[in-house]
Ligand binder design. Structure first.
Ligand code: BEZ
Length: 254
């Protein structure tokens, strides 16, 4: 019933915490290391519940689930503050914020530096990218949240997060995970495109084809029989093949 791995990690964490008054840095390092190992053993998968957490952010202390407040969320990590690619990414997400809002999606960044560094970095972002930070950035200097979400990939760097993106539905389930290396900046227009697909396919029994973007034709999912499809899509479909049934995109409107 209880996973022995989790019990062992919990036990070691308690011991580390108990003796931390005598060897704080040593114990902190051991705890961090064990947590990273554990997060790899238990990596998150699509459809899993997104782990809840408390964290300090540039917009105050939050509990993640409360902060989501019934919306969708994009949680994305950055290797480090005051790095050039991350600076461009945060400016871009600030620029696109209203387009996330329109989709009922809240955005939250994470970097493994402390809050005072985040606040100083925010000035650079505004000055160099032309957009002020208009969403919270988690100060994950103890690597707690990044460990929980498996954002540390020791083969890339044991102390910094990779560029992870998690899209989390209003039901708190993980809908999408993408991982980029530190040297490749993300395309957040692509994240918006995928969110359009995720939200559409959550509402209708359709899938979106290659390079689809909002408004393009979609495909009826194979699991739906022709009889079921006729009920849902009475206007019919274009049968390119019996298994490729194309229809105009049903409307969600945003
Ligand atoms: C960057 O954000 O520019 C960056 C961070 C870590 C490694 C390489 C680039």
């Amino acid at each position: 019933m209880y996973d022995p791995g989790i019990l062992a990690i919990a036990f070691i964490n308690i011991i580390a915490w108990r003796v931390s008054s005598t060897c704080p840095i040593y114990c902190l390092l051991i705890t961090k290391y064990l947590n990273v190992i554990e997060s790899h053993r238990m990596s998150l998968q699509l459809g899993d519940a997104a782990p809840d957490f408390h964290a300090d952010t540039t917009e105050g202390r939050i509990r993640f689930y409360d902060w989501m407040n019934g919306a969708w969320a994009v949680l994305f990590s950055h290797p480090k503050d005051f790095t050039p690619v991350c600076t461009t990414e945060l400016g871009e997400v600030a620029r696109l914020k209203s387009r996330f809002d329109r989709r009922n999606v809240k955005v939250i960044g994470l970097s493994v530096d402390p809050l005072d560094a985040h606040k100083r970095w925010a000035s650079d972002i505004k000055e160099t990218q032309g957009y002020s930070m208009n969403f919270p950035l988690i100060a994950d200097d103890d690597l707690r949240v990044s460990t929980l979400y498996g954002m540390i990939h020791p083969n890339a760097d044991a102390a910094e997060t990779v560029r992870a993106v998690f899209v989390i539905g209003a039901d708190k389930r993980i809908k999408l995970m993408i991982t980029y290396p530190a040297t490749t900046g993300r395309n957040f227009e692509e994240i918006l495109r995928v969110i359009d697909s995720l939200q559409l396919t959550a509402d209708f029994d359709v899938a979106t084809p290659v390079n689809w973007s909002y408004g393009d034709d979609v495909i009826i999912i194979p699991a739906l029989s022709d009889e079921q499809a006729r009920e849902q899509f009475p206007a019919g479909w274009d049968s390119v093949r019996p298994y490729i049934r194309v229809i105009h995109q049903p409307s969600r409107g945003h």
